[in-house]
Design a protein around this ligand. Structure first.
Ligand code: ADP
Ligand code: TRP
Length: 327
């Protein structure tokens, strides 16, 4: 049976980039069958968070987001990373076979340093914890956004180093990226990669008023609607591509390309985008409200998920300890 696993850091409220790059893939993969483990990477968040109350809130909000968007907790194991402390034991074992050089090459570590984040040991060994997450569940497929690809490759390397030293203990995971480039790198409202750290993000459950305001911020130019334009050169169309079905999208592209009398202006396109976002997330917004009103349900799902996840992680941990002579 194929095992899928992925995690998402609860470092803020999930945004549209997280949705298309990660969460949507996870939820859709469940329909393929196999086993599914999705978790909230709260240990990882400690490399950047110093606010316990916000962390607690973001963990809950991330769990609620998955459930509201349709993750079925019966078919997928949804859990909190820190409920499975075995991964920290595996992190240690993997760190003893991993060269400093491998970690020094990590893009995300270098990016974070460049952004002025203090280089703690935890930030440096972040990919080792991530490898432990992946290997603990004998994962075959790890669906992630493009920026996590290198981390998955590092997990492959670490599994290889450990297995070379101690025999076949870990399963080699494969990375799965979103189907298109736009999905793998959703632009923010300013055209850069959407990211909490750039402040250019759109929260999945934004209220209609704020949503309208945010879409209004997408930069356009002063060309009149009648003037023919290349839709591929317009940021607005990157967003429309995410939310419209291909047939409708093609229609708008054609009208913009042709220009003239019936061509839509930017305001018109933005209004359609707001509507389409609301169509996509409206039902989930309602489910989210229901989950917020019933916190016990979320706690119970996470507790059950932790139990199921722990059974697997414990078995892998025991196998690894035995292989290296600690049992
Ligand atoms: P952020 O950059 O906002 O801090 P994270 O690094 O927490 O986002 O990303 C969580 C998940 O969402 C990762 O799997 C990542 O690949 C995905 N992701 C984040 N931003 C985007 C984006 N703009 N486009 C596609 N996927 C994204
Ligand atoms: N580093 C990932 C991110 O920032 C989160 C993560 C932690 C993860 N452990 C993982 C993703 C294991 C996939 C598999 O989004």
């Amino acid at each position: 049976m194929t095992t899928f696993l992925s995690g998402i850091q609860p470092s803020g409220l999930p945004h549209v980039g997280n949705y298309f790059g990660a969460i949507k893939q996870h939820i859709e993969a469940v329909a393929e069958g196999g086993e599914h483990f999705y978790f909230i990477a709260d240990y990882h968040s400690l490399t950047t968070s110093r606010d316990p109350a916000a962390l607690r809130e973001n963990v809950r909000e991330t769990a609620i987001t998955y459930l509201a968007l349709g993750l079925d907790p019966e078919q997928a194991v949804l859990f909190r990373q820190s409920d499975v402390p075995e991964v920290t034991e595996l992190t240690w074992l993997l760190s003893t076979v991993t060269g400093m050089g491998l970690l020094e090459r990590a893009h995300s570590y270098k990016d974070k340093l460049a952004r002025g984040i203090k280089p703690t040991v935890g930030l440096f060994t972040y990919p080792v914890l991530m490898a432990a997450d992946i290997l603990a569940y004998d994962s075959n497929i790890v669906p992630v956004g493009k920026d996590q690809k290198q981390h998955v490759e590092m997990a492959q390397d670490m599994a290889g180093y450990f297995n070379a030293a101690y025999g076949d203990v870990f399963v080699r995971p494969e990375c799965r990226l979103p189907a298109t480039d736009t999905l793998a790198r959703v632009p923010g409202l300013d055209g850069e990669k959407m990211s909490k750290s750039y402040g250019n993000h759109l929260w999945i459950f934004e209220s209609e008023k704020k949503l309208k305001k945010a879409i209004g911020r997408i930069p356009t130019d002063s060309r009149p609607p009648e003037e023919p334009k290349d839709p591929d050169a317009l940021l607005l169309f990157d967003f429309l591509e995410l939310f419209l079905d291909p047939e409708e999208l093609a229609g708008w592209q054609e009208r913009v390309r042709t220009g003239g009398e019936g061509a839509p202006g930017y305001g018109h396109l933005k209004a359609r985008l707001v509507e389409a976002i609301d169509e996509r997330f409206g039902p989930a917004r309602e489910r989210r409200e229901a989950l917020i009103a019933n916190p016990g349900e979320v706690d119970e799902i996470l507790a059950r998920g932790a139990e199921r996840a722990r059974v697997r992680a414990r078995a892998t941990r025991d196998r690894a300890l035995a292989a290296c002579g600690l049992r």
